[in-house]
Design a protein around this ligand. Structure first.
Ligand SMILES: [Zn+2]
Ligand SMILES: [Zn+2]
Ligand SMILES: [Zn+2]
Length: 161
């Protein structure tokens, strides 16, 4: 699993394959990828940045697919609960998943320079954290795996400045 988002890549095919993966999964699981849900995913896929619900709502409105906040929230909830998108708690925003269909426990890498968010493999970190928590008897209701900082290109820009 590559940390897609920080490298240059064919972004058109990135959007197309994200939508195709969602369509396949919905077909397999008998889920309804309604026009609003599909458009919300396309909006998130259009950038490797986290977008707030209101940004998504504004674009849905432009597309004539609804103008009320619950419309956007319901579509985003659907995408998150079925693994097509992730919620980034630090930013109170959403990103399209880079690896839909795969089981994964990502660490989110959030660049403060360009707002890009990438997913990196977080399985080892997650199990280490779970083990540490288990020893204390603490029962976590949620665990955040998010890191803020600078992506390679923003770090390079700063070095050369
Ligand atoms: Zn892309
Ligand atoms: Zn993901
Ligand atoms: Zn950056």
């Amino acid at each position: 699993m590559d940390p897609i988002g920080f490298e240059h890549h064919d972004h058109d095919s990135c959007i197309a394959s994200g939508l195709a993966a969602a369509e396949d999964t919905c077909k397999d699981k008998g889920l309804q990828l309604t026009p609003v849900r599909r458009k919300a995913l396309e909006i998130l896929l259009s950038e490797h940045r986290a977008m707030g619900a209101y940004d998504v709502l504004a674009r849905l409105r432009e597309a004539g697919l609804g103008s009320q906040p619950p419309v956007a929230y319901r579509a985003l909830d659907f995408l998150v609960s079925h693994g097509f998108a992730h919620r980034i708690e630090l930013l109170n925003a959403y990103i399209a998943c880079s690896h839909p269909g795969e089981r994964h426990a990502p660490v989110f890498l959030i660049c403060r320079g360009c707002d890009t968010v990438a997913e990196a493999p977080g399985k080892a970190a997650t199990s280490a954290l779970s083990a540490a928590v288990a020893e204390t008897g603490f029962v976590p209701s949620r665990v955040l795996m998010e890191a803020e900082g600078q992506c390679p290109s923003c770090a390079a820009r700063e070095d050369s400045a």
